[in-house]
Design a protein around this ligand. Structure first.
Ligand code: NAP
Ligand code: G4F
Length: 364
């Protein structure tokens, strides 16, 4: 039987790297679009890229950019994919306030370029769009599902809402097989270092090993529905295996504050925090130090009881915030048989163990 061919944008990102592993595991031929960069940007897929049994046999990389229409048309013609996963994005919400026009160019018009290339070339393919729980923004109901009205709160959310609707429009107008995955936050040891979870697990590792004295955070009260990224990437694939194209929410159904994520991260390394002060003056201090399996002897911990290890820096606040996200993925459970397995505390443990060992090994 002929191998299925997938084309992935954003292959060098967190989700792109896991999705590639999943598709290779299902015997796909995978084509990925990578951006030209002045330094290496393939770190997350180097284990595949450096494998001579995989590179240019099962996995093919092409230079490209979702802001370049002719490049996308050419790549679609050349690769003739059965499935396209559009994961490329300027994906940082806070950064989207600094570069709103570029964010729209990539996250909104980039999606249109792809859909239009499919229409123009007339190839028969299935299209997955990386939509987001940021569409819910100032949430209109709790929890959020496929029917919840949207209210985006950032240039990122506004750009992604265009992507969401243009997928539906092309599906209805031109009968394309195109789906939106409305994914809630999903994290992993491969998460970018400036997203809050990874920022916390890296900083806490560095603080305990004496490489950094404090972790500066923004809004500690923001609540997110955080899941484990590889499980969400499996869900993307499941959406494209359906008979008919539909949109699905993927979420864990639990929500936690940034403060809880921070507390639990320290706890995994044997540190109990206490919080003092309010809002911008809030601080996290070390209350108790215990032995723990990851660190071993508590004498290996550099900071002392009473040290302030977390502070608020209002520079990390957003002009408009998404206060709470919590998803209901009952539809995905019913139609895709998809649900999360990794619980919040397991996710924190996976991430902090990975970062602690990395900092210990590399020394930074
Ligand atoms: P990520 O780690 O930030 O990866 C983004 C990817 O897009 C990278 O490969 C990046 O390339 C690429 N990219 C950026 N601009 C591009 C352009 N102009 N042309 C081509 N490629 C470009 O994001 P992620 O967490 O894997 O998320 C994947 C997708 O899901 C994104 O669309 C994101 O908005 C969406 N999403 C993510 C979450 C989440 O919690 N992770 C939740 C909902 C939706 P470089 O490596 O060269 O920078
Ligand atoms: O980790 P974050 O930057 O992720 P955010 O804004 O929720 O966006 C992520 O998830 C979306 C899905 O809902 C994706 F569409 C998007 O591409 C991205 O992957 O921030 C999470 C929360 C926010 O409320 C933020 O204000 O953490 C709060 N926060 C508090 N201190 C911080 C910080 N966020 C960051 N990045 N850095 C801080 O120091």
């Amino acid at each position: 039987m002929k191998k299925k061919i997938a084309l992935i944008t954003g292959i060098t990102g967190q989700d792109g790297s896991y999705l590639t592993e999943i598709l290779l595991g299902k015997d796909y031929e995978v084509h990925g679009i990578i951006r030209r960069s002045s330094s290496f940007n393939t770190g997350r897929i180097d284990h595949l890229y450096n494998n001579p049994d995989i590179l240019n046999k099962k996995l093919f990389l092409h230079y490209g950019d979702v802001t370049d229409t002719s490049n996308l048309n050419r790549l679609i013609e050349k690769t003739q994919p059965d499935e396209i996963y559009n994961l490329a994005a300027q994906s940082h919400v806070k950064v989207s306030f600094e570069i709103p026009e570029y964010t729209a160019e990539v996250d909104a018009i980039g999606t249109l370029r792809f859909l239009d290339a499919i229409r123009e070339t007339g190839i028969r393919t299935k299209f997955y769009q990386a939509s987001t729980s940021e569409l819910f923004g100032k949430v209109q109901e709790i929890p959020q599902d496929e029917k919840t009205p949207f209210y985006p709160r950032s240039p990122y959310g506004a750009a992604k809402i265009y992507g969401y609707w243009i997928v539906i429009n092309y599906r209805e107008a031109y009968n394309l097989f195109a789906c939106n995955g409305i994914l809630f936050n999903h994290e992993s040891p491969r998460r970018g270092e400036t997203f809050v979870t990874r920022k916390i697990t890296r900083a806490v590792s560095r603080i305990l090993l004496g490489k950094q004295s404090k972790l500066y955070l923004g809004n500690l009260n923001a609540k997110r529905d955080w899941g484990y990224a590889p499980e969400f990437c499996e869900g993307m694939w499941l959406m494209l295996q359906q008979k008919n194209p539909e949109d699905f929410v993927l979420a864990t159904g639990e929500t936690h504050t940034v403060r809880e994520f921070t507390d639990l991260t320290f706890k995994e390394l044997g540190i109990e925090l206490e919080w003092k002060g309010k809002e911008q003056d809030e601080k996290g201090l070390i209350k108790k130090i215990s032995e723990c399996a990851i660190v071993g002897d508590k004498k290996n911990i550099i900071p002392k009881i009473g040290d302030v290890v977390v502070e608020v820096d209002k520079g990390y606040y957003r002009p408009t915030e998404v206060d709470i996200l919590i998803g209901n993925s009952a539809k995905a459970k019913e139609k895709l048989g998809w649900q999360t397995k990794t619980k919040f505390n397991e996710l924190v443990k996976i991430m902090i163990e990975s970062d602690y060992r990395k900092v210990l090994k590399r020394g930074y």
